[in-house]
Design a protein around this ligand. Structure first.
Ligand SMILES: Cc1ncc(COP(=O)(O)O)c(C=O)c1O
Length: 403
């Protein structure tokens, strides 16, 4: 191990709160590749968990960041910068909705924005409860934890913020039953990410939309992970043809520069009047410049076309490989958000891939998650799939030997 690796590990152990347990130290990235501190090259099919959607150090984003860093990094939101409004205009135009945008800094904060808009709307008629989905993940702040449908994230941080209930995902009857006179909104991910790469059924989403219209509820979509081109459309909802009332974004929005955003239909957006919501860094010039460069790249580099073509190719190749192994149940997902579903824990399989220098994620307990940069090539997928095959074969042998 390199000296910098040893030093970094020691520094983390001594000074950094132990919320993560990282083992790799990366020092450089380019496209779908990362290099560790020993100079070893890895194929990155995590994109920093669906963040670096255009790959590491994309030239347009790098140029935007460096140029903006020389010009103006930040002024408070009590003043204007010209970039955030230009970005808002672009996001609204791409959404096709009559909407407005609020900028913040992370996925959890964007979801807090969704929750606050829903409460502000509902409280006008005495309603402030939100129904979210089992298995969902919405963030680590207290409000978004209460919306999150997996108890393990909340444990130890009780009491839960009140006003949230969860129902099974893709089950319209359960949702109907859960609605009370206090309900003001329904919140969901169109493809559940952390929960196991589980796509919503189109028919279900249409029914949710109709139910929200009928009962005067806001349909809130968390696009933090599945948005920003990941499903092959700019917004995740466009892949399903069902338009929500408000959408949260983060992760890929600025390709790695921290930024979040809420986009809400005008009638709801305008409820957040002066002084009712805010955040110091929201829409800061540096992040907005990076996000505009991301949009520019979508406009000029056929990123979505590549996502659709490579998503189909990766799904097909994983499905074919999976058929060789009894413990692989199949492949699910959309675009370049794909899960290899196992009948056992996914973490050991992930480790075997990492050993061969392919970085992937797990999701739920039993899913190996593939979220490569949207610019991934056929050759990179072929390399990755060959590693997946080798890792599955090794895992198969281990299982047969009773390890
Ligand atoms: C669907 C979804 N929502 C919200 C979040 C929270 O985002 P952040 O970690 O930026 O707060 C995540 C993070 O993984 C996510 O996947």
């Amino acid at each position: 191990m390199s000296a910098i690796y040893e030093k970094t590990v020691k520094r983390i152990e001594a000074n950094v709160m132990p919320t993560y347990a990282p083992k790799q130290l990366f020092v450089r990235g380019e496209g779908c590749r990362l290099w560790d501190s020993d100079g070893e090259e890895y194929l990155d099919f995590t994109s920093g968990i669906a963040v670096c959607n255009l790959g590491h150090c994309h030239p347009r984003v790098t140029a935007a960041i460096t140029g903006q860093a020389r010009t103006l990094v930040h002024v408070s939101n009590i003043y204007m910068n010209a970039l955030a409004p230009a970005l808002a205009e672009k996001l609204v135009a791409e959404s096709g909705l009559d909407a407005k945008v609020f900028f913040c800094n992370s996925g959890a904060e964007a979801n807090e924005g969704l929750i606050k808009i829903a409460r502000k709307y509902g409280n006008q008629t005495g309603r402030n409860e939100i129904i979210s989905m089992e298995n969902s993940f919405h963030g680590r702040t207290l409000g978004t934890l209460a919306a999150t449908g997996r108890k393990k994230y909340r444990q130890g941080f009780e009491p839960d913020v009140p006003g949230f209930t969860q129902v099974p995902f893709n089950d319209i009857e359960a949702l109907k039953k859960a609605i009370t006179p206090k309900t003001c909104a329904v919140m969901l991910e169109m493809v559940q990410g952390e929960g196991g790469v589980i796509p919503a059924d189109v028919e279900y989403l249409k029914q949710v939309r109709a139910l929200c219209d009928e009962k005067d509820l806001l349909m809130l979509c968390d696009e933090v992970q599945c948005g920003m081109g990941r499903l092959g459309t700019r917004f995740a909802f466009q892949s399903f043809g069902v338009a929500p009332d408000a959408i949260s974004m983060a992760k890929g929005i600025a390709n790695g520069v921290p930024m979040g955003a809420v986009l809400a239909r005008r009638e709801f957006a305008d409820l957040l009047t002066v002084g009712t919501h805010g955040t110091t860094f929201g829409g800061t010039a540096l992040a907005a410049a990076a996000a505009l460069a991301v949009q520019d790249t979508f406009d000029h580099e056929k990123v979505l076309e590549n996502c659709n073509a490579m998503g189909a190719y990766l799904a097909e190749r994983l499905t074919a490989i999976g058929k060789k192994y009894s413990f692989v149940k199949g492949v699910r997902g959309k675009g370049l958000m794909l899960g290899l579903v196992l009948d056992c824990e996914a973490a050991p399989v992930q480790k075997l891939m990492q050993k061969r220098k392919l970085l992937v994620l797990t999701a739920g307990e039993c899913v190996v998650r593939f979220v490569p940069p949207l610019i991934v090539t056929r050759e990179e997928i072929d390399r990755a799939v060959a590693i997946v095959d080798e890792a599955l074969a090794e895992f198969d042998t281990e299982r047969k030997n009773g390890k």
